[in-house]
Design a protein around this ligand. Structure first.
Ligand code: IMP
Ligand code: MG
Length: 331
């Protein structure tokens, strides 16, 4: 097995969808895989200049690559069929290539109702927490028991045992800062967003070929904790120029500068080969090259110094390649 993984190293919304769409068109993957989370994710991609959002269906499916929603995911059948309908306008053959692991767990309408009433941490209200709670309490429902999902069901272990040389693009959702174990609990999601979450879908660590870690040139967060310094007007300018509104819920994202300690933490806990820094153009437009180091805002003064600081940290932590990327262009 040859797995390339795209991981968010921050708090979600790093631009993983763009990287996924780019890699899937450049390399020939046999499969695209979502390994954790559910329709809380919102991946924005452009197909022939048309903006498309995927939530639970792996981005590869839009480009005709066989795509699996893995056992680590939770899935609401209603939103799955809704998304399938929307994406079939772009790829009419999508139904034939999307598969769901029989042991993925179901988000029920009860799970979603529960979050509509009680939701202290500002979740996406997609029933993610309650669905994972029931999974781990061993009272959950799995995809295999939903009759409407039968035509899509697959046993991932069988699929890959019969196909040991398959190449897979594993599309991460959320980011390491939202990881249930490593993130700022309780302001986290309910799954493991890193390589651990991927391996738990039934792979061995030596199957991992390449890890793409994705961040933005600044940090964004959606949820109920206070994250943005309200007295810094530049942060609002970044939000406006960067169009920082959630793909899934439309909420305005809170903004902060690029955080060096967060980068170090993600590179220490994950062996990233290629680091991608998205949306550098937003900082170019403002001409602001600030970042945060050990909680203190540092002004790097210009683009070159800003980039060199990131490159220097990345190389100290084993990254082989750093790519600075500019929206909406692809890398
Ligand atoms: P949940 O995953 O819906 O339970 O939400 C838990 C926290 O993770 C909230 O702060 C959400 O805003 C955040 N979150 C979940 N999915 C995403 C995502 O795809 N992008 C950004 N934030 C997310
Ligand atoms: Mg998103």
């Amino acid at each position: 097995m040859k797995i390339d993984a795209i991981l968010g190293l921050s708090l979600g919304d790093e631009g993983k969808g763009k990287i996924c769409a780019n890699l899937i068109q450049k390399n020939k993957y046999d499969y695209c895989l979502r390994f954790a989370g559910g329709a809380n994710a919102g991946h924005t991609i452009y197909v022939n200049d048309k903006k498309v959002a995927t939530h639970i269906i792996p981005t590869g499916a839009v480009f005709g690559v066989k795509s699996i929603i893995g056992p680590g995911c939770v899935l609401s059948p209603i939103s799955f069929f809704q998304e399938l309908k929307e994406l079939s306008l772009i790829n009419s053959e999508i139904e034939g290539i999307v598969r769901i692991a029989y042991n993925a767990h179901i988000v029920t309408s009860k799970h979603i109702e529960e979050e509509a009433i009680e939701n202290k941490i500002g979740t996406t209200k997609r029933g993610i927490g309650p669905a994972y709670r029931d999974k781990y309490a061993r009272t959950g429902i799995r995809a295999e028991s939903i009759p409407e999902l039968k035509p899509f069901i697959v046993d991932m272990y069988d699929e890959f045992s019969n196909n040991p040389n398959a190449s897979i693009l594993a599309e991460g959702a959320q980011g390491l800062g939202l990881d249930i174990d490593m993130g700022d609990y309780p302001f986290v999601t309910s799954s493991n967003c890193g390589i651990g979450g991927l391996l738990n879908n039934g792979f061995k660590h030596t199957d991992i070929r390449h890890i793409y870690g994705v961040v933005k040139a600044y940090t964004t967060y959606v949820g109920s904790k206070s994250f943005q310094n309200k007295s810094d007007p530049i942060l609002d300018m970044i939000a406006d120029l960067g169009a920082e509104f959630g793909t899934t819920t439309g909420r305005r994202r809170q903004i902060n500068y690029f955080d060096i300690q967060n980068l170090i933490k993600s590179l220490t806990t994950t062996s990233v080969n290629t680091l991608i820094i998205n949306k550098v153009d937003i900082l170019q437009k403002i001409g602001c090259w600030k970042l945060i180091d050990k909680g203190v805002v540092v002004d790097c003064e210009n683009e070159e110094k800003f980039k060199n600081r990131i490159i220097s940290i990345a190389s100290q932590y084993g990254v082989k390649e750093v790519i600075f990327s500019y929206s909406p262009n692809v890398i």
